[in-house]
Design a protein around this ligand. Structure first.
Ligand code: HEC
Length: 139
C-alpha cells in the first residue's frame, strides 16, 4: 500500500474517533431514568406492600415468597388491572382478603403498575440439554 493511501486511511479513522468521542460528551445529560414515574400513589403503594408483607407470598423480579405468583408484570398480563383488583378486593382460597380500602387498593395498583414498567421478570428463559445442563447455544 502506498504511503499516501495509508495516510488517508489513518486520517479518516482519526476523524471518526474524534467525532465518536465528541458525541459522547455532547449527549443529553437529562435523559430520563424514570424518576418521574414515581408518583405519591406509587410511594404510598410501596409502603403498603411492605406493611401488608405481600412479599411473604409474592416475588418481585423473582425475589420473595413462592406461595403466590411473581407480581412484576401482573398489570400487563392477561386480565391486567381488573384481574389484579379482583384479587386485592376479594382475596381467594389461597390469598387472604386483607380488607383493603379503595384508596389502599388504588395505591397498591399504582405501585404494581410502576414495577411493571421497570422491567420484565423472569429476565430470560433457559433451555436445558438432555443432560440437564443449561444449553449454552441458546444464550
Ligand atoms: C398468604 C399469602 C399471600 C399474601 C400475604 C398476599 N398474596 Fe396475593 N396472592 C396469593 C396467591 C396464592 C395468589 C394466587 C391466587 C390463586 O391462585 O388463588 C395471589 C394472587 C395475587 C394477585 C393476582 C396475580 C395474578 O395472577 O395476576 C395479585 C395482584 C396479588 N396477589 C397481590 C397481592 C398484594 C398486593 C398483596 C399484599 C397486600 C398480597 N397479594 C398478599 C397469596 C398471597
Amino acid at each position: 500500500m502506498k504511503l499516501s493511501s495509508k495516510r488517508i486511511i489513518f486520517s479518516v479513522l482519526c476523524t471518526i474517533f474524534f467525532l465518536c468521542s465528541l458525541s459522547v460528551y455532547l449527549e443529553d445529560e437529562n435523559v430520563s431514568k424514570g424518576a418521574e414515574l414515581i408518583t405519591e400513589e406509587v410511594k404510598a403503594g410501596k409502603l403498603l406492600f411492605q406493611d401488608y408483607n405481600c412479599t411473604s407470598c409474592h416475588q418481585i423480579f423473582g425475589l420473595g415468597g413462592y406461595m403466590g405468583p411473581d407480581l412484576t408484570n401482573c398489570m400487563s398480563a392477561e386480565g391486567g388491572p381488573q384481574r389484579a383488583e379482583i384479587w386485592l378486593r376479594n382475596g381467594s382460597q389461597k390469598m387472604p382478603n386483607m380488607g383493603l380500602s379503595d384508596e389502599e387498593i388504588n395505591n397498591l395498583m399504582a405501585f404494581l403498575a410502576y414495577i411493571d414498567k421497570s422491567g420484565t421478570s423472569p429476565v430470560r428463559e433457559f433451555k436445558f440439554s438432555t443432560l440437564g445442563t443449561v444449553d449454552v447455544k441458546h444464550y
